[in-house]
Ligand binder design. Structure first.
Ligand code: SF4
Length: 402
């Protein structure tokens, strides 16, 4: 390494292992040439470790009923202005069937949090029904099912896994205990959410988590810690987006908010930082990116994301599921979303993975002993030393040109 370059972005991008100070430097970069170096390195890492395909998960927001009260959220239980809904079993299964016939190999079933027996029973029933309805020659095990339904008891997670769901998204929103406490009422605890993530992993789910970027009061150091938190938890999937306020949220009204451009810049650099640090995880270009920039998701792909969750929620309820203001695609049918996405993905030189689950290569590697050889990713190690329980992974330094 050229000594004169030590500490510069170009030098950082050549390091085999990124440390916290490197991530801080990446997130703090403002020079357009540096940001392009970061983007190009992240894209190159993505292509090397995950390939060029974009994996789709049809997003079915099947209920906005929620027993929790996250202060930033538009559908928190204490927002009395929201009209509540739960889709019928027929609507849920039909939406999943549409995904399968359109070539989406996976769906996400997302809702507010509920822990009652009736909710879990209906979810188990729908997972079975979706699997039955979507099996085909192309998808012999039906569509892949990701759940995003919040904190539950271990026995409930086990029932959902046994029913056929194999991925679970549970966002921490921040790895900082202080910020977490500022975003949630005292009844919702950091430790409880973290324990759920460990439980899900222990059961066998591919686990995903994520954070909001640009939360009032958040620091760049805390965002760098978020990336290290993903690494230490050995997660398989990440979903991150800019913090966007909701008019009926309960956040303190005087909380200072970063401008849109700054939050978006940070969001793209977080995607790039996650890709450079973790290499073979799946990273979503979230809808929130498009809420603040019409081409935000395409930019997310170019900064290292490889998953998009097109809207499949039936139109008549879609506007009732708004966690933040300005959510895009509220009036587009699932078919319109599908053709729009195809064009957007092609516009950045990538192509869609049709009729495949599109699982995280990181997960396949974690479970290499149980995965058929044909399904295993290339033998390339992660950026960081392996966590002891998965010590078989080997580490190969990154070779990136600025
Ligand atoms: S973020 Fe999720 S758990 Fe929290 S209030 Fe909103 S829907 Fe409920």
């Amino acid at each position: 390494m050229n000594t004169a370059e030590t500490g510069t972005i170009a030098a950082i991008l050549r390091k085999p292992v990124l440390l916290k100070q490197d991530l801080v430097a990446i997130l703090a970069a403002t020079d357009p040439a540096d940001i392009e170096r970061i983007r190009a390195a992240a894209e190159s890492t993505l292509l090397e470790h995950c390939g060029p395909t974009v994996r789709l998960r049809g997003l079915i927001e099947f209920s906005n009923l929620c027993v929790s009260d996250c202060l930033y959220c538009g559908i928190r239980k204490n927002n009395r202005e929201v009209e509540r809904y739960t889709l019928s079993d027929e609507d849920i299964v039909e939406s999943a069937r549409w995904c399968a016939t359109t070539g989406y190999g996976s769906v996400v079933l997302q809702s507010g949090e509920r822990r009652d027996r009736r909710f879990i029973d209906s979810l188990v029933r729908n997972i079975h029904a979706i699997k039955d309805a979507t099996r085909s020659e192309k998808l012999p095990d039906g569509v892949g099912i990701t759940l995003c339904v919040g904190e539950l008891a271990r026995a409930d997670y086990e029932r959902l896994y046994q029913a056929g769901a194999h991925r679970y998204l549970l966002r921490m929103e921040t790895s900082s205990r202080e910020l977490f406490a500022a975003l949630h009422p005292p009844a919702q605890s950091y430790d409880s959410r973290l324990a759920c993530l460990h439980m899900l992993k222990d059961i066998g789910f591919q686990i995903g988590t994520g954070v909001m970027i640009g939360i009032p009061g958040q620091t760049i150091e805390q965002l760098a810690d978020d990336l290290l938190f993903f690494r230490d938890l050995d997660i398989d999937m990440i979903g991150m987006g800019p913090y966007i306020p909701h008019a009926q949220a309960a956040m303190p009204p005087d909380a200072p908010l970063l401008d849109v451009a700054t939050r978006m810049d940070l969001a793209f650099k977080m995607i790039a930082g996650a890709r450079l640090l973790l290499r073979n995880v799946n990273i979503a270009a979230t809808t929130a990116l498009q809420a603040l920039d019409p081409v935000g998701r395409e930019k997310g792909l170019r900064f290292g994301a490889n998953v998009i969750m097109p809207q499949v929620t039936p139109l008549h309820v879609r506007q009732m599921y708004t966690l933040y203001d300005g959510k895009p695609c509220l009036g587009d049918t699932a078919s319109q979303c599908a053709s729009c996405l195809e064009q957007r993905i092609h516009s950045v030189g990538r192509r869609i993975l049709h009729d495949g689950w599109g699982d995280s290569a990181h997960y396949a590697r974690r479970h290499a002993m149980n995965v058929p050889a044909a399904m295993q990713p290339p033998a390339i190690g992660p950026a960081q030393p392996a966590i002891p329980s998965h010590g078989a992974r080997r580490v190969i330094p990154l070779q990136l040109k600025p």
